[in-house]
Design a protein around this ligand. Structure first.
Ligand code: GTP
Ligand code: MN
Ligand code: MN
Ligand code: MN
Ligand code: MN
Ligand code: MN
Length: 195
């Protein structure tokens, strides 16, 4: 999209008062199970179906009430995912990247946090009781990390969905950089260059 680009955190923080900051997080956990007893799930990676029908990560705008980016992020995570989020905090050390959406004057910061499978399952179990469930958030989904024998099923089909903002790029970067995919899947993905 015209005017959308990645920026360093220092540049993002120097943007000035005309800009709104948002923070979103990828929560993931190792999942040792196998689909159909044969296809390793590898990791459980959470995204959400948003009110606008697009997929994105949980999180949202940092408000005046929030004393830092991460306070805003953790407040939004509790609003959207519920009280299982009180068991841990997403911190600056979990920060990964910032994307500018110039037209909206929004800078979206992205975080990724590794949980235990038990923690992640608790988030999923409690999410229907969250304040924004059924409103801003229509449901959580796990991202399929494999490619089925037909060549398109699994992650390639998932990536055909409609994503909000930079969420698709954030997902693909995190999957590669955190080594959540196996090398064979990366090779078959043919990820297009982002510019
Ligand atoms: P309200 O409480 O209703 O204001 O929503 P929110 O605070 O939860 O904000 P939301 O998460 O919808 O999005 C904040 C901004 O970030 C908007 O400009 C969205 O377009 C954008 N956005 C939403 N989800 C993502 C995401 O996963 N990645 C990126 N890069 N941007 C996102
Ligand atoms: Mn079955
Ligand atoms: Mn929200
Ligand atoms: Mn949100
Ligand atoms: Mn909000
Ligand atoms: Mn809200």
């Amino acid at each position: 999209m015209e005017g959308d680009r990645k920026v360093e955190l220092s540049e993002a923080l120097a943007l000035g008062p005309g800009w709104r900051h948002a923070c979103h997080a990828l929560l993931y956990a190792p999942d040792p199970r196998k689909l159909f007893g044969r296809i390793p799930m590898r990791f459980a990676v959470l995204m959400q179906m948003r009110f606008d029908g697009r997929l994105g990560f949980p999180g949202g705008f940092v408000d005046a009430q929030d004393s830092c980016l991460e306070d805003g992020l953790n407040r939004e995570l509790r609003e959207e995912l519920g009280d299982a989020m009180s068991a841990f905090r997403v911190e600056r050390s979990d920060y990964r990247s910032s994307h500018i959406a110039a037209r909206q004057r929004v800078v979206a910061h992205f975080y990724a946090k590794r949980l235990t499978l038990e923690q992640l399952q608790a988030v999923e179990a409690r999410a229907p009781q969250a304040k924004d469930h059924g409103l801003e958030v229509l449901g959580l989904v796990r991202v399929p990390l494999y490619i089925l024998r037909d060549g398109g099923g699994g992650l390639p089909a998932f990536l055909e969905n409609s994503f909000i903002g930079a969420a698709r790029e954030q997902l693909l970067e995190a999957l590669q950089e955190l080594e959540l995919l196996d090398p064979g899947t990366i090779a078959k993905l043919k990820v297009p260059d982002s510019k």
